[in-house]
Design a protein around this ligand. Sequence first.
Ligand SMILES: [Zn+2]
Ligand SMILES: [Zn+2]
Length: 340
Amino acid sequence: MDYIAETIALSIDSLILAACIKQFYKNKNAMAMIQGAPYLDINKDLKEIVGTHPEKKLTYVSIRGTVKPLGNPIFSNTNPNVKGVIQLLRIKEHVIQRSTAGFWADSERVIQEVHNVMPFALENKGIQIEVCDALAADVLDMDVIADNFQPTVPSVIDHIWSFFAGVRQRGVQSTEKMLRTGTVITGIGELVAGKDGNLKLQPPSNDGPFYLTNMRVTSLLKKLDGSKRNYKILCIVFGSIAVVLGGLIVRKYLRIRKEKGDAEKQRMQLELSRRERRRRIRDEDLDENQLCVVCKTNPKEMILIPCGHVCLCEDCSADITENCPICRSEINYKHVAYGI
Ligand SMILES: [Zn+2]
Ligand SMILES: [Zn+2]
């Protein structure tokens, strides 16, 4: 129990530190993989290039082309002029929630999320490469077509209810995002020739990140580098906090150990002086009324307060805690009687 605050702080700090280290390495590995991925132009020679590789597969490459639907595109729900190949419809509820600590804080939760996907390809110079399993992408950049927030006007009953329930709705946000046709995007993943001979870009089998982004490779690398640097700073900050907390725990441990040691030393000294005092007294011949009324062996050593009777030895006084054996009055406190 002595270290509970420090332990909780250190645990929380360690969790954040671990998450930051994980993100730092995730960015670092992604950068290394992207830097090692050859950039290939989409052109008529590409099929031939892929065909020369074992299993007609290039594990990790980057290509860039224009999004083109294979079939009918999806039309936006909010703007009929916009068409695309992937549509995300999300309804989010914003609430103010009472935390376990008793504070009210904003939070949000997704009520509904729907993805609509059409088969599509990346096209350049009339050559198309189909993109498979686009929703599995680690980064999938889409345009925000609509984003509306509908605030809730709470009634008196809602206020009362929220007071007891600990949750009050602030409003509902509905968002529509689309990967529009005609957008130029960079695809980083595995390039493979299908059974029909057509090229496909799919999630890589080497655990590398799958990207479908409107950034060019250089911008993507710059962004990842920036993010890597931020996580590095966070790692240093939370790492330093961990060191400080660890230092505090060690210091507290040493302090408590020293206090215990000091108390033990003091107790030993008292015990020694007590023995010495007794030895001196026992050497003298004591008559009956100088002996402890309970054991009749040791000298009377303790004064009982408030009655003031000196009638017990230290050993017996340890067992007798409630009433004075002479006058039966309550014992509030005992002290060594040095006057004997
Ligand atoms: Zn005694
Ligand atoms: Zn008494």
